[in-house]
Design a protein around this ligand. Structure first.
Ligand SMILES: N[C@@H](CCC(=O)N[C@@H](CS)C(=O)NCC(=O)O)C(=O)O
Length: 312
């Protein structure tokens, strides 16, 4: 089996979602630690422009966005992971809808809460790093279509969510939808991990004991570090591998496979990746790219939350 290489950084909440899934499923992985700010030359050579973190590299195939990473790691590729599926049929709509809400609406409240002065922890103890972060994220935010709520709204949203979650866990179930985990547990986990990483809001969990116990259970999954790999080695792996053969199709009128396209998130971090369209269906978008450092690669995106446009 080709190695799973996660491009990530320790402070990234969406990376923590994937690290926890890897741990829960008992999957070995390689850790390519990237900078918290741009540039990230190896990762960008692979994705061709998409700049959100994390991304998963498997040989010469690159998977973007944790929704797609979760689906990939759930076993579609026969990876040999253990444990129940992340997508149980009996709760599929509820689990997916909750995960999507948490990754968007709760995320923007979490950003407000995490960057409250009393909840920053050691995050920006170094003023130069704080300045570099602010400048980088101003670039990242260009063209974004999201609203970051003010503190009162963010606190109310989170308080209500915690109270409802505590009620749902009140019958003693170990996971949000019962005896087994689902994608919703990992989405909620990484958001709470992020909000509480600064340590300034610990008392919020002393009021919701079921959530606190669930959080301790979930946190254990994030404790399985990957073996470090350098950017140079990851690029060599990409250039020595062949990208997967993809059955070509497109459901977009007027954009056939073979068209040069730009693929980008529709909400924030809207920097596109350019390549030749291989496939676009209800699940995924796949483009083929060439780069001197990587050779031919496939870049895979989820369909939900991404747009495709013919390159002008
Ligand atoms: N929907 C995306 C969200 C990813 C995301 O927002 N990642 C953050 C880090 S946790 C990011 O890319 N921030 C800007 C950066 O790191 O450059 C996913 O599920 O992967």
């Amino acid at each position: 089996m080709t190695e799973l290489i996660l491009h990530h950084y320790p402070e990234s909440p969406f990376s923590e979602k994937v690290r926890a899934i890897l741990g829960a499923k008992g999957l070995a992985w390689r850790s390519l630690q990237v900078s918290m700010v741009m540039p990230r030359p190896a990762t960008t050579a692979l994705t061709g422009g998409y700049r959100r973190i994390p991304v998963l590299q498997v040989g010469a195939d690159v998977y973007c966005d944790t929704a797609l990473l979760a689906a990939y790691l759930d076993g579609a590729a026969g990876l040999g992971g253990s444990g129940p599926t992340l997508f149980p049929a009996s709760n599929l709509l509820a689990a997916q809808t909750l995960a999507r809400w948490v990754d968007t609406e709760l995320f923007w409240a979490a950003v407000t809460l995490r960057f409250l002065p009393e909840n920053m922890g050691s995050f920006f103890a170094d003023p130069a790093a704080a300045q570099a972060f602010a400048e980088d994220r101003a670039n990242f935010a260009a063209g974004a279509q999201v609203r970051r709520p003010p503190v009162d709204e963010a606190q109310a949203r989170y308080a209500r969510f915690l109270a409802e979650m505590d009620t749902q866990l009140g019958d003693g179930r170990p996971y949000l939808f019962g005896a087994d985990w689902s994608i919703a547990d990992f989405a909620v986990y990484h958001m709470l991990w992020f909000i509480h990483a600064g340590g300034g809001m610990a008392d919020w969990l002393t009021r919701t004991l079921q959530v606190r116990a669930w959080m301790d259970r979930m946190r254990a999954f994030g404790q399985h570090p990957g073996e470090a790999i350098t950017a140079a080695d990851a690029l060599t792996i990409a250039s020595e591998a062949n990208p997967l053969t993809i059955e070509q199709m497109s459901d977009i009128p007027g954009i056939l496979p073979g068209t040069t396209v730009d693929v980008a998130p529709v909400d924030y971090g809207v920097m596109p990746s350019r390549g030749t369209l291989l496939r676009c269906d209800t699940q995924t978008i796949v483009i083929r790219r060439e780069h001197a450092l990587t050779g031919a690669v496939n870049v895979h995106f989820p369909r939900h939350g991404f747009g495709v446009a013919a390159s002008g």
